[in-house]
Design a binder for this molecule. Structure first.
Ligand code: PHE
Length: 408
């Protein structure tokens, strides 16, 4: 209801010109698939937890990493972006890519949103699993809600160098250093290399534990505003290199602002759906939201480590329908607005939306776009009738909500 507050999990937030969360998306908040016992995302989370609990033991025999899986996805824009040194004009803040509740609050776009608060709370090593929200195209591997596992580990001078021969004389920081592709200005190269080695070693053992010793891995250099140097880890799956996580040495300014400026740290964020799809052979990301017993019962195993290979439900036939319209001259139309509208109305009946044609009228200069919507139900055959009703609703809503002019 326009003009009224946005309600999320019993809390109410005033709307403003940034508000773009939809009721369909808000329905997902609080579902917490990663906390539902025997759900494939829960299984992956538990396997990762078990691996970290058994591999990294603290001084008193305690697990080194604490695990957090119940932090609300409703975060401030400050947490999601500013706390991570993401500049005010950074493209990742775009309204078209994120779900904003209003100008100050949003659904987190990554679990990194909690790095600073957990470091500030005094944690030195933690894992954090949670649902994250991004506006995106629709296809079998993209869904606007997915799940990530964040990991952070900090090192004091003693923790980093005590095991190194002659390490007492080394230091974490240097005063007049320069930023290079290898390191941040304030870090000593020897400290960074040890942190980087520990990070890569930790993640390599995790992936080998999950996928078995045969898995092929590669590290790719990349960029994040909150880590330097930064890397992505790719896993070879069915002949393709698949990105499964981003990571790096934490920016010192972030640690400093969290009261841990005397330590160095690494952080990673991995996509749980990606891992689960590869590990269990799950062909479509929408299946994670299925309540069909034929899906869920395949994961109800007694032994967490038992190998599981998902038997796909028979694929029911797709139906497709095109929609073309004139784009409003006002320049306000964005493709993601249309994707959201389709998702709001079509829900999980929509498998894919693709732009199939566009042209500009030679006389009037008006632009027309044509999208193909593929409808398919994961669990039954759709009727033409059902699809037509939904498609007509989409046609009407596109005109009334997005200001396009239908060519239906
Ligand atoms: N938050 C990043 C993403 O979602 C991943 C990441 C986490 C990168 C931690 C570096 C450190 O893409």
């Amino acid at each position: 209801l326009i003009g009224q507050d946005v309600q999320v999990q019993g809390q109410s937030f005033p709307r403003d010109d940034f508000t773009n969360v939809t009721p369909k998306i808000l329905e997902k908040v609080g579902v917490n698939l990663h906390n539902q016992k025997h759900h494939p995302l829960w299984i992956i989370k538990e396997r990762i937890k078990t691996h970290f609990y058994s591999s990294y033991i603290g001084r008193w025999g305690n697990p080194l990493f604490s695990v957090h899986d119940n932090l609300s996805p409703v975060v401030s824009v400050q947490q999601n972006f500013d706390s991570l040194l993401i500049p005010p004009d950074h493209p990742s803040r775009k309204k078209g890519d994120n779900y904003y509740i209003n100008r100050t609050m949003m659904l987190r776009a990554h679990t990194s949103a909690h790095q600073r608060e957990l470091v500030s709370a005094g944690l030195d090593a933690f894992l954090l699993a949670g649902d994250v929200y991004r506006r995106d195209e629709i296809d079998s591997s993209h869904y606007p809600v997915f799940h990530q596992m964040e990991g952070v580990r900090l090192f004091s001078n003693h923790e980093l160098f005590s095991s190194v021969d002659g390490g007492q004389s080394l230091s974490l920081f240097e005063s007049c250093g320069r930023r290079t592709p290898q390191k941040q200005e304030v870090h000593s190269l020897e400290a960074v290399k040890l942190v980087e080695f520990n990070l890569k070693d930790t993640l390599t053992s995790l992936i080998l534990q999950l996928f078995g010793p045969e898995v092929e891995l590669r590290w790719v250099d990349c960029y994040f505003p909150f880590t330097h140097p930064s890397f992505e880890l790719e896993v070879r799956f069915q002949g393709q290199w698949l990105e499964v996580l981003g990571c790096g040495v934490m920016e010192q300014q972030l640690l400093h602002s969290a009261g841990a400026g005397h330590k160095l740290g690494w952080a990673f964020g991995l996509g749980l759906e990606r891992l689960a799809m590869v590990l269990f052979n799950i062909p479509d990301i929408r299946l994670f939201w299925s309540r069909d017993e034929r899906f869920l019962k395949q994961f109800r195993v007694h032994d967490l480590q038992q190998p599981i290979s998902f038997q796909p439900l028979s694929k029911f036939p797709p139906l497709h329908n095109d929609i073309s319209f004139w784009i409003p001259d006002s320049g306000t139309f964005s493709q993601n607005d249309f994707f959201d509208l389709v998702r709001t109305i079509g829900g999980d009946l929509v498998e894919q939306v693709t732009l199939v044609d566009q042209f500009t009228h030679p006389k009037t200069g008006r632009r027309s776009e044509c999208y193909r919507i593929v409808y398919r139900h994961m669990e039954r055959t759709l009727t033409q009738e059902e699809v037509r009703t939904t498609h007509e609703q989409i046609e009407r809503a596109a005109e009334s909500d997005l200001g396009v002019q239908g060519r239906y």
